[in-house]
Design a protein around this ligand. Structure first.
Ligand SMILES: Nc1ncnc2c1ncn2[C@@H]1O[C@H](COP(=O)(O)OP(=O)(O)OP(=O)(O)O)[C@@H](O)[C@H]1O
Length: 248
């Protein structure tokens, strides 16, 4: 698989070939292959337990037990955003953003990143003083201040209310357009995937079962005919056909 080039050029930023991850007798990733191009926004869907977070952890270098006959190549500069912001409660917002950033202009960069996510003026606040959406924006600022070549996001909006989620979609698109990292976004939300991504993958049986280029012009309208076709195709791949659950 992974034959897609998506109209983008250059060597892939992420190259995965024949990746295997077993937990005891259970094979969760079974020879998975995948490429992500520079600046490409890829969303990853899959049923619960299909191995999405397992793959993301492998790409984030958080798992040293992956194996396989192929290769796992990722850039050195990568950032991860999780469902919960994971801010240190005893550090102020700006300190959280620049934590571990060993650069003379770290504070200035942190301020710029906070401005980009709309949190200017909150530099000295404590995380507990921020809403869930604001905390997640701090987490985004913390990721982007490192200017990553790869942004890995594991259901980053899963804990947010619907309106905040939509606002975060816009923000993430803007930030990605500006910073141009390659992105792998794990999500359960088919519409989120089709709204944001250049390409959507479906993980099933330990491998990429579908690889669909989203050829819908931006800004994307959920009511667009092509949007609906792609949504239906993805739901089919997820085993969630649009058949009614109850007899009508
Ligand atoms: N540390 C672990 N030890 C044992 N099994 C694990 C471990 N981590 C993950 N698994 C198993 O691997 C499978 C895939 O888990 P993973 O969290 O990657 O799925 P997922 O697709 O992200 O699921 P969800 O959508 O529910 O978050 C699951 O069956 C899970 O029980």
């Amino acid at each position: 698989m992974a034959s897609h080039l998506g109209g983008l050029s250059g060597a892939p930023v992420v190259r995965v070939e024949s990746l295997v991850r077993r937990f005891g007798p259970r094979t969760v990733l079974d020879g998975l292959s995948l490429d992500i191009e520079k600046g490409e926004f890829v969303a990853l869907l899959g049923r619960s337990g299909s191995g999405k977070s397992t793959l993301l952890r492998a790409l984030a270098d958080l798992d040293d037990k992956v194996s396989g006959s192929g290769r796992l190549e990722t850039p050195d500069k990568k950032s991860v955003v999780f469902q919960d912001a994971r801010l240190l409660p005893w550090k102020r917002v700006l300190e959280n953003v620049v934590l571990g950033l060993d650069l003379p202009d770290a504070a200035e960069r942190g301020r710029v990143a906070l401005e980009e996510v709309g949190l200017s003026g909150r530099e000295t606040a404590w995380p507990v003083e921020l809403s869930g959406g604001e905390q997640q924006r701090v987490a985004l600022a913390r990721s982007l201040v490192r200017d990553p070549d790869l942004l890995l996001a594991d259901e980053p909006f899963g804990a947010l209310d619907a309106l905040t989620r939509l606002r975060m979609h816009d923000l993430l698109r803007q930030l990605c357009a500006r910073h141009q990292p390659a992105v792998l976004l794990v999500t359960h939300d088919v519409d989120e995937a089709v709204t944001l991504a250049d390409r959507v993958l479906v993980l099933d049986n330990g491998a990429i079962a579908a690889d669909i280029v989203i050829d819908v012009p931006r800004p994307r309208d959920h009511g667009d005919r092509r949007f609906g076709e792609i949504r239906s195709e993805l739901l089919r791949h997820l085993g969630l056909d649009t058949k009614p659950l109850l007899p009508i």
